[in-house]
Design a protein around this ligand. Structure first.
Ligand code: PLP
Length: 294
């Protein structure tokens, strides 16, 4: 049986100091319509979201996800989510998940046009099976994102550091990667620096040193990358943020795309050029990422 779950949240209660938010939640049928047809802002992608991995009923990295949701909301001029309220909604959703891997999604949209409050909801559903991808890896192509590395400063209204509901461009990039015979994409800035993948962060290994593109406002700061860095640092490796020129991709001793649900996918080739795969470290990272973490 696949267990799906959906909970509407009333964000109007966000200002209220209290410890129990049960009366601000409405359980809805995950298979039935729940949003108003006037939910224009969701249609426009005018909102923010998070995807949280759940392993055997344990929601992973909840606080970093809630912090990023708040950061995204702030960038989009949305009311700040009440962390305690969302925390309780996540606990409810996690309690509904069975053994195995699930994904909890948090959605905060601007709501019905001219409406008084945002619309907010949480869902839980079984995750896809990524075990083969975690072992066998992925082929990636580089795609031009069409702007320079400093665009976040010059054009903050592009909301590049926010995880907005507008993922049409990211999905188009994945389709382009598939058309080119690859599994995934890595975005490059127009001035030749590595950014991120459409739904994942990139980590490169050079000897004992690990590097990820600095989240300088133009890309998301990945919660999985943060966790991997904690693990690598504890193992005594140097784990750094840097401006990564595109030419560094083919020089790497190993590379991974990391994200909350797929976890660490080793990159086997970039633009058709084979890359070494560190199988032992990949297995170690995925074991770590599958262990319960807060
Ligand atoms: N970058 C983008 C554009 C993403 O969409 C995601 C996740 O969906 C990530 C990076 C990785 O973030 P996380 O590790 O928090 O899942």
């Amino acid at each position: 049986m696949t267990r799906r779950f959906a909970l509407m949240i009333d964000p109007a209660a966000a200002d209220v100091a209290r410890s129990d938010f049960a009366d601000t939640f409405t359980l809805v049928d995950a298979a039935a319509p729940a949003l108003s047809v006037g939910e224009l802002s969701t249609q426009r992608g005018d909102g923010v979201f998070e995807s949280i991995g759940v392993i055997d009923g344990h929601a992973q990295e909840v606080v970093p996800h809630l912090e990023r949701l708040a950061h995204s909301a702030q960038l989009c001029d949305l009311p700040l989510p009440n962390q305690a309220q969302w925390h309780q909604a996540i606990e409810r959703a996690a309690a509904h998940c069975e053994q195995g891997e699930y994904v909890i999604k948090l959605i905060l949209s601007r709501g019905v046009e001219h409406g008084p409050t945002p619309t907010a909801w949480v869902t839980a559903a079984p995750a896809s099976d990524f075990s083969a991808v975690r072992e066998q890896g992925i082929r990636v192509v580089t795609l031009d994102r069409g702007y320079d590395l400093d665009v976040a400063e010059k054009a903050p209204w592009l909301l590049l550091g926010a995880k907005t509901l507008s993922y049409a461009v990211n999905m188009a990039a994945l389709r382009e990667a598939h058309r080119r015979g690859a599994d995934d994409a890595i975005f490059l800035s127009r001035d030749g620096f590595v950014l991120e993948a459409p739904t994942a962060s990139l980590i490169l290994r050079f000897g004992e040193r690990f590097v990820t593109p600095a989240p300088n406002g133009g890309i998301l700061h990945g919660t999985t990358q943060l966790s991997v860095y904690e693990h690598l640092t504890a193992r005594g490796f140097a784990a750094e943020y840097a401006q990564v020129p595109a030419s560094d991709l083919s020089r790497a001793d190993a590379a991974w795309l990391v994200s909350s649900v797929r976890l660490a996918a080793p990159i086997t080739a970039v633009d058709g050029v084979e890359l070494p795969v560190d199988r032992a470290l990949t297995a170690e990272l995925n074991d770590y990422l599958l262990s319960p973490r807060d």
